[in-house]
Write a protein that binds this ligand. Structure first.
Ligand code: NAD
Length: 389
């Protein structure tokens, strides 16, 4: 057992179909009297419904959340909260709405009750993000960590299947990087492995029927665990690249995570033996990167960065931006490696090549490489089995 440090999060989590009905009690339990309900414009109806449910304890609805929290929308939301005399916020939605709640909390200390409706996991972290003059800035601050989270799978039934799949992969990406994070701990690794297993089990069922409440509950459970691992550890190359691709090239958040994850995992896996073992268990596959690549394609997710807005000419700039500052990663990151990863992901090549390069590069590993190549399953998922959690 390696040494570790673990700090548990000071928040309350309530999970279950229909738990949204307990929101008024939760507001009272926290001693709040007037909460502002936040959402995106697309989820205004849900926000209005929540506001009605809160009755006199609602300070109104502010349905102006936007992806990546532009500073202007953060300022507007802070003004709205102040004008409404709010003593707290209820953020109903995905990562964009959580982000707006966090932007308010960062300056005003207003506590957040989170009601997540995607699998992005922001509700479980003290990470905030703001886009200022076109550049996304992030930081950690305990003031932005929601005090209470209500996970109601009923609210995710309306999440379109395509976004459910990519949002699920977004969550899986948190757990993958938590498994090899420098500050991982045994409990976080358990949560990461089980979170991945739950999502892998649920996503094909959601793709088959987006209203399957059991599948929705399993996925949201997985998203909770994966989000908790994101909140507890330091992310590595994968999140760095997604941050660059989203923040500087405007690529869509969940789709970018989905496309890139198999390539970064293929690159890192040989340098993260504990993570690789956990992922082999969670995927019931010898080649987790290939497994994820196959599954995302099977579930209809985009599979190349070229499909979601990156041009080939952008690649050198991505490499520059991803190498300007140091960050954690189990394997040393050099510009050439980033170029290979991003180019393969841009084209949508199978992720195997990066993995093979990695194995061959390690001195004394040639025999192992040959053995593994010989028994690696083909890219067809008929060679893998997913166990129910
Ligand atoms: P999102 O919040 O932008 O939502 C995408 C769209 O789906 C929106 O139009 C939203 O209204 C809609 N939607 C959400 N839930 C729905 C539902 N159940 N039914 C129907 N429509 C629904 O997307 P996201 O992927 O959840 O969040 C992405 C953002 O979150 C990014 O800006 C990312 O940087 C941030 N994020 C932050 C953290 C963190 O820890 N700070 C973690 C993960 C993501």
């Amino acid at each position: 057992m390696r040494g570790f440090r673990y700090a548990s999060m000071p928040m309350r989590v309530t999970f279950g179909a229909g738990v949204l009905a307990s929101l008024p009690q939760e507001v009272s339990h926290l001693g709040l009297t007037r909460v502002l309900v936040l959402s995106t414009p697309e989820q205004r109806d849900l926000a209005e419904q929540v506001s009605n449910q809160l009755g006199q304890h609602s300070a109104g609805v502010h349905a102006e959340a936007r992806m990546h929290v532009p500073i202007e929308s953060a300022r507007q939301a802070r003004d709205a909260a102040r004008a409404a005399g709010a003593d707290g916020c209820v953020a109903v939605g995905g990562g964009s709405t959580m982000g707006l709640g966090k932007a308010i909390a960062l300056e005003s200390d207003l506590p957040i009750i989170a009601v997540p409706t995607t699998y992005a996991g922001s509700e479980m972290t003290s990470v905030w993000g703001l886009t200022i003059d076109g550049e996304k800035k992030t930081g950690r601050d305990t003031r932005v960590l929601p005090v209470s989270v209500l996970y109601d799978p009923e609210l995710t039934r309306s999440l379109p299947v395509s976004l459910s799949v990519t949002s699920g992969f977004n969550a899986i990406a948190h757990a993958v990087e938590a498994l090899y994070a420098p500050d991982r701990s045994p409990i976080i690794s358990l949560m990461a492995e089980d979170g991945i297993r739950a999502l892998l089990n649920a996503l094909p069922r959601i793709a088959a029927s987006g209203t399957d409440i059991d599948a929705r509950a399993d996925a949201l459970y997985g998203a909770w665990l994966c989000g908790a691992t994101l909140g507890a550890t330091t992310m590595s190359l994968h999140h760095k690249l997604c941050h660059v691709l989203g923040g500087s090239f405007g690529l869509p958040h969940a789709e970018t995570h989905t496309v890139l994850l198999p390539y970064v995992l293929a690159y890192n896996a040989g340098h993260a033996p504990e993570a690789r073992a956990a992922l082999r268990r969670a995927t019931s596959s010898d080649a987790p990167a290939t497994f994820l690549w196959d599954l995302s394609r099977e579930l209809g997710a985009p599979h190349a960065l070229s499909e979601i807005g990156l041009t080939e000419n952008d690649i050198p700039r991505v490499v520059d931006l991803a190498t300007t500052s140091a960050y954690a990663n189990p394997r040393k990151v050099k510009p050439g490696a980033i170029r290979r990863i991003v180019t393969a992901a841009w084209r949508g090549d199978p992720p195997d090549q990066a993995r093979q390069d990695e194995l061959v590069e390690r001195p004394g590993n040639e025999d192992q490489t040959r053995r593994r190549s010989a028994r690696r399953p083909s890219t067809s998922r008929t060679h893998t089995r997913i166990h129910r959690p």
